[in-house]
Design a binder for this molecule. Structure first.
Ligand SMILES: NC(=O)c1ccc[n+]([C@@H]2O[C@H](COP(=O)([O-])OP(=O)(O)OC[C@H]3O[C@@H](n4cnc5c(N)ncnc54)[C@H](O)[C@@H]3O)[C@@H](O)[C@H]2O)c1
Length: 352
């Protein structure tokens, strides 16, 4: 297979997982990196052997020796960079969330259509090996109709600061940052049903709690606790056209005893859990069975998930295959996320 020539835009925290995965893919070659922080870009270029360094993404996109880009920048730049990249004839892998608003999402979708290049949304949880394994059970009808899902990512202390907590650059707090992962995961596994109503609440009660000592947490590359305009907790119930529903809650901080991740889906023939650990529940011969699938990792394997995501992107770009997380799904998830914020703001149920 020919080699796909890659540029990575944004060389902060998450770019490392993209860069490691491209390095391990024999059909990809890293050509260039770009960051508004030139020193950071230079350090990453040296570490991963990128021949070219840019501080302006437009200059990188003008380079004819680049076929595809990973967009690993702040959320407010996902739309302009993705659209410019598509218009420059590059394939795009854009980190989650697709962008900040439905308007931005629709503009990206239009750019995909006019460019005929592919855009893959970095819904990395879809690419976890356990999710691929469970997908086979779902597709085979093992769980019947999935009618209820429960998803929760509770951080007791974990506001990453910097741009993450500046709503102008992030588009929101834990909902758009970590809630996006579990909402997408459930929605994808439920068969992507159309959302019809959303009822939600967001809270800004605790601030970022930057005063807390003795506990470390994930921080943006440019950590700064001085600005915090995002929610610290969001909860929502989402109803779908097929009658199924999803309950979700997520926090950057909460007076919880410990961090907690829950992803559980229930069907009329069986159920399964992904977080905190994979499990299958079913019944046979009038007996309930709790099954422990035997896989290499019973929990999310983030390295493997990123490797699969990048391998999939490289293959789709080289073969013209459609990615399993296309732009349309990014748009649908953005509609749900914005409806959650709208419902919380208005204090009423939103019809989509
Ligand atoms: N898939 C996941 O599990 C996961 C995890 C963390 C972050 N993310 C996503 O990845 C993206 C980046 O997050 P992060 O944690 O790496 O943030 P970060 O702050 O550590 O890094 C972002 C980098 O982008 C650079 N940047 C900003 N605007 C730019 C521009 N216009 N041109 C070039 N560079 C620019 C910054 O200088 C910084 O180095 C976000 O969209 C975030 O939601 C995804």
């Amino acid at each position: 297979m020919a080699s796909l020539r890659i540029g990575v835009i944004g060389t902060g925290s998450i770019s490392e997982l993209h860069l490691n995965a491209y390095s391990a893919n024999p059909s990809a070659s890293l050509v260039a990196v770009c960051d508004i922080n030139g020193q950071r870009a230079s350090d990453v270029a040296a570490k991963y052997g990128a021949g070219k360094i840019y501080t302006d993404y437009r200059e990188m996109l003008a380079d004819p020796n680049i076929d595809a880009v990973s967009v690993c920048t702040w959320n407010n730049t996902h739309a302009p960079i993705s659209i410019a990249a598509l218009d420059a004839g590059k394939h795009v892998l854009v980190e989650k969330p697709l962008c900040r608003t439905v308007e931005e999402a629709l503009a990206i979708e239009q750019a995909v259509r006019r460019s005929s290049k592919l855009l893959q949304v970095g819904f990395v949880r879809r690419y976890d090996p356990n999710v691929a394994m469970l997908r086979r059970f779902i597709d085979d009808g093992e769980f019947g109709k999935l009618y209820f899902a429960k998803a929760s990512t509770i951080r007791r202390l974990g506001n990453p600061g910097g741009w993450f907590s500046d709503t102008e650059r992030s588009g929101g707090g834990p909902l758009i940052d970590i809630g996006v992962h579990i909402i997408d995961l459930c929605w994808y596994l439920m068969g992507r049903p159309k959302a019809t109503t959303v009822s939600a609440n967001t809270y800004r009660q605790l601030g970022n709690r930057a005063h807390i000592e003795n506990l470390s947490f994930y921080k943006a590359a440019d950590y700064d606790a001085s600005k915090n305009t995002v929610e610290d907790l969001a909860n929502a119930i989402i109803r779908f056209e097929n009658g199924a529903s999803l309950m979700v809650d997520v926090s950057f901080t909460l007076h919880a005893k410990k961090d907690e991740s829950v992803v559980r889906l229930y069907g009329d023939k069986g159920g399964f859990e992904i977080d905190p650990e994979i499990a299958i529940v079913t019944e046979k011969h009038n007996t309930i069975l709790n099954i422990e699938p035997q896989t290499d990792y019973s929990r999310l394997n983030i390295q493997a998930a990123f490797q699969n995501e990048i391998d999939h992107f490289v293959r789709c770009a080289l073969t013209g295959e459609t990615p399993i997380s296309p732009v349309e799904d990014g748009v649908a998830i953005m509609r749900i996320l914005r409806s959650i914020y709208e419902s919380a703001e208005k204090g009423e149920e939103i019809k989509l």
